[in-house]
Design a binder for this molecule. Structure first.
Ligand code: UTP
Length: 310
């Protein structure tokens, strides 16, 4: 993946929380023993791409929120001297550098979320490490791939936070039929691609949704969000929703939303996961030629099949 410009060296956002403690029920049976965030996209686990985005945005400390049986994630970011030695001996320096860069440049702190009480609760688990600083949140199952030369979404949010001194969230426009799958922001225009948020609502019905601006899982928060999260009560599904606390915060502080240009994949969903593998497979220089040829063949076969059926 291309490296991106970091957020400004003066940016105050140096810490990020990556919640990865969910049960991943949509990926059962795979997630019975393997954390969803460790499922592979081409040649690296989902979480690797998320950590890489944080690193490329200038984040120095990553607080990984983990659940039971998720030590595989912690082990993944640990050093494997034997493996590094082997890669060096085999001359696989590019791969070695990629592994070492993550290991050397990011400080990963693991926190256990004892029960999966929802995303809001997962973020609250990071409070002791974050303290009073602003911080980023990157969902551990959402991948953002910048377009060539384009900005990294987390870096974009960090810069906006620096400029506006307020919490900011990434938003994307979804079709009306999809609003009930997301947290939705009610916004007014601020300037090109940036909005002022009036309120947030979690998974509204198509009829009641205030807009089509959905939250894809990238945030920068002022630490005051923790006060709101502490007041959070579990909803119907027994989960403390992050969106509810964000909504309370909009009543007390300015809150902005920004569009982004990166390609986004919801790798926590089967279709999104398959799309991510196809698109990142096509971006991989070793695979591109053979894989495109294969996809063209599949396309032709499908066209023939559907043609025969119509
Ligand atoms: P999701 O709702 O997509 O994850 O949360 P989930 O609950 O694991 O998914 P399904 O519906 O059962 O398949 C988005 C992110 O927040 C984390 C998840 O690990 C995921 O990366 N999360 C969610 C937590 O860390 N703790 C929670 O209590 C809930």
């Amino acid at each position: 993946m291309a490296q991106n410009e970091k957020n400004s060296p003066m940016s105050k956002v140096k810490k990020a929380i990556i919640p990865a403690a969910g049960l991943g029920t949509r990926f059962l049976p795979a997630t019975k023993t393997v954390p969803k965030e460790m499922l592979t996209i081409v040649d690296a686990p989902i979480i690797f791409y998320v950590v890489e985005e944080a690193l490329n945005a200038g984040i120095e400390d990553i607080i990984l929120i983990q659940g039971r049986g998720k030590s595989a994630i912690e082990d993944f970011f640990d050093t494997s001297y034997e493996l590094e030695d082997k890669l060096a001996k085999d001359g696989k320096f590019q791969l070695l550098e990629r592994l070492k860069r993550i290991r050397d440049m990011v400080n990963i702190i693991s926190i256990r979320q004892k029960q999966p009480l929802g995303l809001g609760h997962a973020v609250l688990c990071g409070q002791t490490i974050i303290g009073n600083s602003p911080f980023a949140v990157l969902l551990g199952d959402e991948i953002m791939v910048p377009n060539s030369g384009g900005p990294n979404t987390t870096a974009q949010l960090c810069r906006l936070h620096e400029e506006l001194n307020s919490s900011v969230v990434a938003v994307m426009e979804v079709p009306p039929s999809d609003v009930s799958k997301y947290g939705i922001a009610d916004v007014v225009p601020y300037r090109d691609g940036v909005f002022k948020v009036q309120s947030f609502v979690e998974k509204p019905s198509k009829e009641l949704s205030p807009s089509r601006w959905a939250l894809p899982g990238r945030y920068v928060f002022e630490s005051k969000i923790f006060e709101e999260l502490k007041k959070g009560k579990p909803g119907a599904l027994g989960e403390i929703q992050l969106t509810d606390s964000m909504n309370s915060l909009t009543q007390k502080q300015n809150f902005y939303a920004s569009t982004f240009s990166a390609q986004r994949f919801d790798a926590g969903d089967k279709f999104g996961y398959l799309r991510a593998n196809v698109e990142l497979g096509l971006m991989n220089s070793e695979l591109r030629k053979e894989f495109s040829k294969y996809l063209i063949e599949v396309g032709q076969r499908l066209q023939k099949e559907t043609g025969n059926h119509s």
